[in-house]
Structure formats: C-alpha cells, structure tokens
Design a binder for this molecule. Sequence first.
Ligand code: FAD
Ligand code: NAI
Length: 466
Amino acid sequence: MSVYDVVVIGGGPGGYNAAIRAGQLGLKVACVEGRETLGGTCLNVGCMPSKALLHASELYEAAMGGEFANLGIEVKPQLNLAQMMKQKDESVAALTKGVEFLFRKNKVDWIKGWGRLDGAGRVRVTAADGSEAELQAKDIVIATGSEPTPLPGVAIDNQRILDSTGALSLPEVPRHLVVIGAGVIGLELGSVWRRLGSQVTVVEFLDRICPGLDEETGKTLQRSLAKQGMSFKLGSKVTAAVVKDAGVELSIEPAGGGAAQLLQADYVLVAIGRRPYTQGLGLESVGIQTDKRGMLENQRHRSSAPGVWVIGDVTSGLMLAHKAEDEAIACIEQIAGRAAEVNYDVIPNVIYTRPEVACVGKTEEQLKAEGRTYKVGKFPFTANSRAKINHETEGFVKVLADAHSDEILGVHMVGPSVSEMIGEYCVAMEFAASSEDIALICHPHPTRSEALRQAAMGVEGWIMQA
Ligand code: FAD
Ligand code: NAI
C-alpha cells in the first residue's frame, strides 16, 4: 500500500492541474488515470483536437472558397485528410507528453489504471493487466470528468453514428452529416466538416441554437453559419436512427409532436450535451450520492464525505477546461490550508466557429429576469478598421453595464479573434471595472481590440465610429 497526502482520480485539466499544484506545494501526490495518456477529454478528444481541425479546415476553406484569391493569392488547394488528422494527432501527443513531463518535474506519481473509492481515505486502482494497487491519502480529489449524453433510439457505434470522439477522426468527408444538437460541439465540429465539403444539417430540439447564449449573440451566429451553408432544423427531435448500407435513416418529428419526416445521412453526430462520469467510482463506499443529473454536489469543492473533494465536469457549473483548472487550484490551495476561491461570475465561454463567439458574465435575458436595470453599448465590426481591411466584418461587441454604478456585468461578442480578446473584459470584471474605465483606456490602432473600447464608449453614450 502506498501512502500519499493527496490522491487525485482523473488526469484531465481538473485532475492534472490539481496534482501539479499539490506537487508544487510540497504535498506527496498521486494522480490515477485510466487512459493511456494524460490530459483527459480536453487534450485527447476535446478542446485540442477540435481546435486543430477548426484551424486547418478554416485555412482550407479560405484557400478553396475564394478568400485567398480575393487577397491576390492564387493556389490550387487539395484536401489531404490523412495529413490533417496526422498533424492533429501529433499535436495532441506532444501536449499529453507535456503533462507527463510536468508530472515528473513536480514529483507527481502517475498511477496507471482505473481508480475507485474503497472506504474513507482509500483508493483501489485496477491496471490494464488486471493487477490491483491500494493507495491511502488524507485527501482524495475526484476529477473524473464527463461523457457524452446518450440519445435513446440513436445508438452510437462510432462507425456511422458518432459522438464527438468519432467525429474528430473520420476517415472520409461525409457527403451529408446530420448533427443532433445545436450546442457547442455540434456547431464547432459541424463547421469543420462543412468547410471540408460536407452538407451539414443541424437538428435542434429547442427553437434556438446554444440555449445558454445571449439571444442576440446566438441569432447572429446562426445567421452567419446559415449563410455559410449550414442548415438548421430547429424545434425538432430525432426519434430513431437506422443504419442502412452506407448511411443512416433518421426519423425527425416536431419537438411538440407531429408527423415524422425521414432524413438520409451518411454520418450522424450526436451532441446533445455531456453528463458526469462516475461509473465504477465506488461513491457508495464513502456515502456520496449524486444529484438527479448524476452530478456530484460540492460546497467549495468539498463533497458530502470528509476528505473527498470534487472538481471539473463531474460537478456542477459550466463544463469547461478553464473552469476545471480554476477549481483544481482552489481545491488544492484549500487542502494545503490556504485561502482560495473561484469567481464563478467571471468564467469566459468561447465558441470557436467562424465568426467566433466569446462571452463573460450575464446575458441580457438574465439581467431582465433579475429585474436589474442596465445600459448597453454595442459596436459592430463593420466599423472597425482592422476588421474591414481583413474582410472580416461580421459581428459585434456588446457591453452590458449597471445603469447606476456603470459596473460591467456582461460582455458578448461575435466576430474575428474574439476568443483572444475576451480576456481583457475578464480582467476588467475581476477588478470590478466600470465601462467608463475601459472607454478611457488607450487601445492600439488598427486592431480589432479597439471595438472593445468603442463598445464601452457606447455604454457612456460617446458615439465614435471609424
Ligand atoms: P476530463 O477532461 O473529462 O478528464 C477526466 C479524466 O478522468 C479522463 O481522462 C478519464 O479517463 C479519467 N477517469 C475517469 N474516471 C476515472 C477513474 N475511475 N479512474 C481513473 N481515471 C478516470 N472546454 C473548453 O474550455 N474549451 C474548449 O474548446 C473545449 N472543447 C471541447 C471539445 C469537445 C469535442 C469536448 C468533448 C469537450 C470540450 N471542452 C472544451 C470541454 C472540456 O474538455 C472539459 O470541460 C474538460 O476536459 C473537463 O476537465 P475534467 O478534468 O473535469 O475532466
Ligand atoms: P451543449 O449543452 O452545448 O448543447 C447541446 C444542445 O443539444 C442544446 O442546444 C440542446 O438544446 C440540444 N439538445 C438536447 N437534447 C436534444 C435532442 N434530443 N434533440 C435535439 N437537440 C437536443 O452540449 P454539447 O454541444 O454536446 O457540448 C457539451 C459540453 O462540452 C458543452 O456544454 C461545453 O461545456 C463543452 N464544450 C465546450 C467547447 C468550448 O468551450 N468551445 C467546445 C465543445 C464542447
């Protein structure tokens, strides 16, 4: 039996950051991971491979669709899908190896195998060869992440009916890809395959895309994606999918019920959300229960069992890598007896389509529901000189500020490179800045970041358009 100060179960962004921080603070730490590689969903089959394909497919479409030609660059592009997948896999391998390196550097023991709680302070690990090990620790951190939510009647085989992992490694470009769920995965991976030549139809249960998004922002994104050729069937549900020869036949009904319609696809991507992953975790051995969505509840990262902590996708809140990372640090700092908090009001959210979407803080709908009076400042990229010069004028920056104090309450952007710009408003909001603070700060010209300032000026009523 090996004795540690902290044992972390799961080696994703929550787990590996927790383990590394524990090592940095001088705690004796082990991280149990059942996958062959570290990095969890994010590095292996999530954030990183999806961004690799989004980047490559964006450039392919720019070359193929006339954008390069418009800039005076004549090329004859040809898709080499195998190479596109290979470069993605190589980048992913380098990143997961990077986490291994950080484990060695910070004296984290990687225990390879699947862990389960085995009573207070104990974790039992089963390795791939069936051998078992027992670990003991005063503090145990559960960071087991999430898995795709299944859809009854649409069985994932990762041949024709795919989850996100299958859709990241297709051997060919689908002729017709049907995506079930107009959420982040559906729109990002739908964009990848549309850019590479697929017809893409997105079937969504609700009457809007990305339900958590500020409504105006969501509508703007949908208009853009539709203009690019993505089709949307909103207010619809898939009730059955039958694999036939080289394709899939889907039955689709109106969300409220009604006559079914048949739709043929050669591939289907099911992306209707993710659910916490706690299979075989032995929660009952320490008396932890899940809520009705299967989530592990926590009070500032502490579970209901003494000495057992919970972070990342497996617990409540946004299922995002940076949220998992922040919780990891706060949790370990608390274990080490130090003060630490996560500010859940300032967790940015990005959709890496083209145009991108980046948001932080409250939406207009949330502010209205709270009865809060607010001011809006909005600046379109059509009036931003850098965006104009680069022919990327879709979208806007919208700043919501308290009507009385002028404190920034929410920022919602659609447009070029907004993923790289939302950080400015995260910093501002952490410092409880007013929109006037941003409006008075000099920004470099010509950059898209001027739109951040111009939107804040809009809140103040200082109209400045390029
Ligand atoms: P995970 O990353 O899921 O890691 C959990 C790990 O625990 C896994 O490796 C699993 O094998 C291991 N594990 C589970 N049970 C056990 C056990 N009993 N014993 C041992 N090991 C176990 N988020 C973003 O912020 N930005 C993005 O761009 C983004 N893109 C995404 C794209 C896709 C296609 C997907 C699917 C997700 C994306 N996400 C993105 C979400 C992000 O991947 C997750 O929020 C993040 O990985 C959560 O981290 P985690 O550590 O909580 O869990
Ligand atoms: P999601 O929650 O973003 O979207 C799921 C969509 O499916 C919703 O619009 C929902 O209304 C719809 N839906 C649910 N049931 C349905 C049904 N039966 N038929 C049709 N539509 C249905 O979930 P998604 O896209 O699977 O992603 C899971 C999570 O992964 C995200 O919530 C996000 O946290 C994370 N992620 C983050 C990314 C990023 O930060 N850029 C990228 C990809 C994933």
